[in-house]
Design a protein around this ligand. Structure first.
Ligand code: GDP
Ligand code: IMO
Ligand code: MG
Length: 435
């Protein structure tokens, strides 16, 4: 199975990092195709925790090629901070195991400043962004005023385009937000120096990935964020600024849609969200607090407490269908141990109107009520279980009930943050051989 898309099927933080790291054992190339350092993908190896933001989660396997595609919004400062941090922990990263697309757009300091200022400007309507400059960078990409890595590598072109961009951004910072403008010379010398360090990593990664695929290599695509944060199909405007599902791959990795052979979504056995915006199955009471404490649900990028709630079956049907998922991985099943009853969202009501499926056409989700079903819980600790048949009967009943409601097979269950805390569920191989 030479190409596999793995994406977050909820609102992010589904455990993508752990699953990508696991599947990367069987892959040759791991590709990020959208988002930027707003992502926080956690991998735990032999008790040691690594959090990847920009670098693909295959990087801990020495012999894999990791690629940052053209669809990523790349902050060179964040990239080198991450390379240095991983380097200090023995992970060697150079142009042989990490490649950057010359077409990736660059996040500058002005993007980060405008991201934060725009959030203050929005007041109660704020999105709760990660403050990493993602929205302003993609806005400039669409406005055709952005700079790509290729522009950064050509000093004269970089000088001209960054000078023009800063003239506009400084006016915006000063006149709209009342902030001090950025110093042009300082910005030019900083980013032109970073360009030199970037150069050995840069290339036409689309061509490199396509060539690898044609040569029979296994290519694994790592989605960032979650499908409910997708710019087009998520809970707009409370979304991120990229196409977070499998649909982002053709444009963000320069990889033909028809070459994507298998698609796997990742979702928790419950649900979380960071930042503002609709989250119908959110539980703001003691049970939500208990999920947060048992699941240690605090953001991997910003440290913010995650909003917690219950699995939402129509929401999952929606995101798995949008990406054409063949299967999905249920993570964090261990976190639900000890709950006497477990709720699952099965439909919604708005006044007299009932929705059996995700109500994607609503402008606002205000007043939307969830219809729940409840299943019996279990008390056993699941973290040492490795065989499906060894799970308590109530846990198996929960998994199978949810799977039937969602209508897409669960291919693996995750019962802890470690690499080996995994329960295979289906015989069908995910990649070359069974994982
Ligand atoms: P990502 O953004 O989708 O990669 O997810 P994050 O890394 O932001 O958040 C997932 C968190 O859950 C991390 O702290 C992981 O180490 C942890 N995790 C992953 N899988 C499991 C699991 O099955 N059980 C538990 N308890 N934690 C998990
Ligand atoms: P991973 O890849 C969870 C959320 C932010 C905010 C909204 C917009 O770790 O799953 P942005 O900074 O992108 O403009 O913020 O999106 N968000 C995430 N939530 N996990 C993420 O990434 C996220 N990346 C962005 O909290 O609500
Ligand atoms: Mg995360």
């Amino acid at each position: 199975m030479p190409s596999l898309s793995v994406f977050g099927a909820q609102w992010g933080d589904e455990g993508k990092g752990k699953i990508i790291d696991l599947l990367a054992r069987e892959a040759d190339v791991v590709v990020r195709y959208q988002g930027g350092a707003n992502a926080g993908h956690t991998v735990v190896v032999a008790g040691v925790k690594y959090v990847m933001h920009l670098i693909p989660s295959g990087i801990l396997h020495r012999d894999k090629l990791n690629v940052i595609g053209n669809g990523v919004a790349l902050d060179p400062l964040a990239l080198f901070a991450e390379i240095d941090e991983l380097g200090s922990r023995g992970v060697v990263i150079d142009g042989s195991n990490l490649r950057l697309s010359s077409g990736a757009h660059v996040i500058f300091e002005h993007h980060r400043r405008i991201d934060l200022a725009a959030e203050r400007w929005r007041g109660v309507g704020r999105i709760g962004t990660t403050g990493r400059g993602i929205g302003p960078c993609y806005a400039d990409k669409a406005a055709r005023t952005g700079l790509r890595i290729a522009d950064l590598l050509e000093p004269e072109r970089c000088r001209a385009r960054l000078t023009a961009a800063l003239a506009e951004k400084n006016a915006h910072l000063r006149d709209v937000h009342g902030e001090a403008p950025l110093d042009l010379d300082q910005q030019l010398s900083r980013y032109m120096a970073l360009a030199e360090r970037l150069a050995p990593f840069v290339g036409d990664t689309g061509a490199e990935v396509r060539a690898a695929y044609r040569a029979g290599k296994m290519v694994l695509f790592e989605g960032a964020q979650g499908a409910m944060l997708d710019l087009d199909h998520g809970t707009y405007p409370y979304v991120t600024s990229s196409s977070t599902g499998t649909n982002g791959i053709p444009s963000g990795a320069a990889f033909p849609a028809r070459w994507i052979e298998r698609v796997v979504g990742i979702a928790k056995a419950y649900c979380t969200r960071v930042g503002e915006g609709p989250f119908p199955t959110e539980d703001s009471g003691p049970e939500g607090d208990r999920i947060r404490e048992q699941g240690r649900e605090y953001g991997a990028t910003t440290g913010r407490p995650r909003r917690c709630g219950w699995f939402d079956a129509p929401q999952m049907r929606y995101t798995l269908e949008l990406s054409g998922a063949d299967g999905w991985v249920m993570t964090n099943l261990d976190v639900l141990s000890g709950f006497p009853r477990i709720k699952v969202g099965v439909g919604y009501r708005l006044g007299a109107k009932r929705f059996a499926e995700w109500p994607a056409s609503l402008a606002s989700f205000e007043g939307l009520e969830v219809e729940y079903e409840e299943l019996p819980g279990w008390n056993d600790d699941l973290t040492a279980v490795r065989e499906y048949g060894d799970l308590p009967a109530a846990a198996r009943a929960y998994v199978e009930w949810v799977e039937a409601r969602v209508g897409v097979p669960i291919v693996m269950l995750s019962v802890g943050p470690q690499r080996d805390q995994i329960i295979p569920r289906r015989d069908a191989p995910l990649v070359h051989s069974s994982v």
